[in-house]
Design a protein. Structure first.
Length: 169
């Protein structure tokens, strides 16, 4: 085989490998991962303690999460629901900011993450209103969860909220 033929064969093989589609994770798989969070969780590390209580509701079609935190010395409870919309996982976060952002999920099973991106919100007078805009959940193992939330105000990321939880037995 001459050098030119080898180059063409190598190029065709490379293009063929790139054209093989990787299996994309489905919304159903992501929803099952969220269902695995059912239970009681507590924050780890120093600082204010918080809890997360996760349960199934609506015949197992909704994951209901209640977070309890102390913010600025005051107890705060927020609620988040996770549900399938077709084959897409969505969440609606009922925030202490008084609005309810809805986000759409992307699941990366190899990275053990579900990433939520803002779709829309209720009770926002303008896009400048402060709201949760993005979140990344990392499933460290069956009993450890990391959440990184991003709050946006004036159409710019304002601050992150990085929380680690451990499931209590």
């Amino acid at each position: 085989m001459n050098r030119w033929t080898k180059c063409v064969c190598t190029l065709l093989l490379s293009v063929g490998i790139l054209a093989i589609p990787s299996r994309a994770a489905t919304g159903t798989e992501a929803f099952e991962k969220l269902k695995s969070l059912v239970g009681h969780w507590e924050t780890t590390g120093s600082g204010e303690k918080g809890t997360l209580d996760v349960q199934l509701t609506a015949g197992g079609t909704v994951v209901l999460e209640r977070s309890h935190e102390i913010i600025d010395g005051k107890p705060v409870e927020m609620t988040t629901t996770y549900y399938l919309d077709g084959d897409t996982v969505r969440m609606t976060h009922y925030c202490m900011a008084g609005n309810q952002p809805t986000m759409q999920a992307t699941y990366a099973p190899d990275a053990k993450t579900i990433t939520f991106d803002f779709v829309n919100a209720t009770n926002m007078k303008s896009p400048d209103d402060g709201h949760m805009h993005h979140a990344v959940y990392t499933f460290v193992d069956n009993d450890h969860l990391k959440m990184l939330w991003t709050f946006r105000k004036n159409q710019k990321d304002s601050f992150p909220e990085d929380i680690s939880y451990v499931r209590t037995k």
